[in-house]
Design a protein around this ligand. Sequence first.
Ligand SMILES: Nc1nc2c(c(=O)[nH]1)N[C@H]1C(S)=C(S)[C@@H](COP(=O)(O)OP(=O)(O)OC[C@H]3O[C@@H](n4cnc5c(=O)[nH]c(N)nc54)[C@H](O)[C@@H]3O)O[C@H]1N2
Ligand SMILES: Nc1nc2c(c(=O)[nH]1)N[C@H]1C(S)=C(S)[C@@H](COP(=O)(O)OP(=O)(O)OC[C@H]3O[C@@H](n4cnc5c(=O)[nH]c(N)nc54)[C@H](O)[C@@H]3O)O[C@H]1N2
Ligand code: SF4
Ligand SMILES: [Mo]
Length: 577
Amino acid sequence: MLETTHHRICPLCEACCGLEIKVKDGTVSSIRGHAGDVFSAGYICPKGVALKDLHEDPERLRQPLIKRDGVFVEATWEEAFAEIERRLPPVMAAHGRNASAIVVGNPSAHKIGLLTYFGKLARALGTHNVFSASTLDQMPKQLASGLMFGHWLSVALPDIARTQYLLVIGANPLASNGSMWTVPDFKGKAKAMQARGGQLVVIDPRRTETAAVADAHHFIRPGADVFLLAAMVHTLFAENLVRLGAVAQWVNGVDKVKAAINPFTPEAVAERCAIAPETIRTLARDLANTECAAVYARIGTCTQSYGTLASWLVDVLNVLTGHLDAPGGAMFAKSAAFGSNTAGKPGIGKGIATGRHHARVSGAPEVMGELPISCLAEEIETTGAGQIRALITVATNPVLSSPNGPRLSKALDTLDFMVSLDIYLNETTRHADVILPGPSPLEDLHYDVAFPQLSWRNHARYSPPVFERTPEQPEEWQTMLKLAAIVQGKGAQADANALDDAQFADEAQRLFGPQADAVLEATRHLKGPQRALEVSLRAGPYGDGFGTRPDGLTLAKVMAANATGGIDLGELQPRIP
Ligand SMILES: Nc1nc2c(c(=O)[nH]1)N[C@H]1C(S)=C(S)[C@@H](COP(=O)(O)OP(=O)(O)OC[C@H]3O[C@@H](n4cnc5c(=O)[nH]c(N)nc54)[C@H](O)[C@@H]3O)O[C@H]1N2
Ligand SMILES: Nc1nc2c(c(=O)[nH]1)N[C@H]1C(S)=C(S)[C@@H](COP(=O)(O)OP(=O)(O)OC[C@H]3O[C@@H](n4cnc5c(=O)[nH]c(N)nc54)[C@H](O)[C@@H]3O)O[C@H]1N2
Ligand code: SF4
Ligand SMILES: [Mo]
């Protein structure tokens, strides 16, 4: 048979590299970086090549499993949904909505079906007990960004194509390929910056791969970043280096910051940070005195006691040095679809809210609709009203990824019922009563929902599935709608496509009012996340406005650009307000 060529965005990490996948005789014959990709220009890492192994892995689940007398047996989809209907709604009926919980993990951020439909399932459950890997990772950054800029995904990131000084704190993008910053080939971009005379400076307690290629590396005592950052801010005030630049009219509270930071002189924090006062001053001066400069910090600054404060101070530094929203500084991407910060009147918004409910046992506040996943085990173990008795996991392995896995593992065994949407039988899913597999990534279409909001350059890229699914295998959004229907008492027989049509009609009414019928008509040929994408692209900042801007983007245009590496939407532009 002829070899066919497919272009597919890699779903395995935040770098979102465009891959070129060759298929012969129904199997993958090669995977390389797609040199023509407008965003990643051919970059690939070994994980991207391993998509073949993932696709072909005989241990990847291809059929639902039901646990019978402690042993998993393969089941049909119908049997699996029937079993869930038999066992899950009674638990919720007997013990209330908060007796159920849902946990979602990393792959959901890389699958449009999971990301756009997870919320529907969580809302159908109606529980406060929503958990995710975010609270093991970047939640402090999202909270700080939400409070400062108005939305959880309005996160400032370095304009690396133009910057001349990049301060990287608690991140190792050379190995991780970037996080909360979609930047394929960080190494190449950092080298290009150095070649044009720019400087890479790293703050990390470890001599990392990134530190090894940096112009300077300063070791820091773990957990001390908040003090280092505060002392850098102190230096800016003390040495009259504060310049707000173009965003000045949108900045408030500078005097309050100055007062609050007053005790944190470089001398006062030096021992705690294990960094000399003069080094701290130099860091602040170099940041302030370089025209194009940015501070970027990641998980090392998040997973610590002062994670939110440290994350906020990173952007305080970017603001006070005039680098926020300035070319070559810390800027905001503008995504073609699903970007909340691209809709409505600029400068006006509801902002974010937290603490709308609290964890039952620890009292920890809700953030971004979630409770800390470190509370999950105790919420299952502790008796009383609201004790978690039924659990749904979606693409997550918290027994391995969250603290004190052995304790969580034990707690999972005490649940009345557990369902996992996952493609493997592993440390977490082995506790489930029913496991529902998703398709292989290569059997799924791809469009990134979140990462274009964190991208080093604006782009719109869509990948069709490389392989067809088997006829029995539902898409993951369909599985989640079925689960939602079951917990809402609509029955295991409910048709996912019909449910989706009905929900979409409601949403169109809410979003488009008098134009809703026209939107329904224009999208009649689509369903599921593809339909959501079409609507979001066309109504989005580069969209065709359903015909009012004929040159604008539509799903068809973005799909047609797949073979040529997607649509480049240009370098980052100032966006505030
Ligand atoms: N010790 C230690 N712990 C850590 C970290 C660390 O560095 N060290 N890092 C932390 C960080 S930053 C994070 S983000 C978390 C991640 O925490 P998790 O999100 O819990 O961990 P992952 O290993 O990404 O879990 C992926 C799960 O999804 C399943 N899966 C893979 N592909 C698919 C798919 O297409 N569909 C479905 N339905 N399921 C799929 C996998 O089988 C697996 O069960 O871990 C945190 N925990
Ligand atoms: N190959 C591979 N790549 C991945 C992943 C993977 O599992 N495998 N996971 C992905 C995920 S989910 C994420 S979130 C990203 C994470 O991506 P990054 O945040 O870029 O990578 P990490 O290696 O977690 O880097 C954290 C750094 O923080 C440092 N650190 C620890 N404590 C402190 C501290 O107190 N202060 C400071 N300043 N630094 C500290 C550590 O030494 C480490 O170098 O990686 C992603 N990329
Ligand atoms: S860097 Fe990330 S997105 Fe790129 S090929 Fe590797 S795993 Fe895939
Ligand atoms: Mo992560």
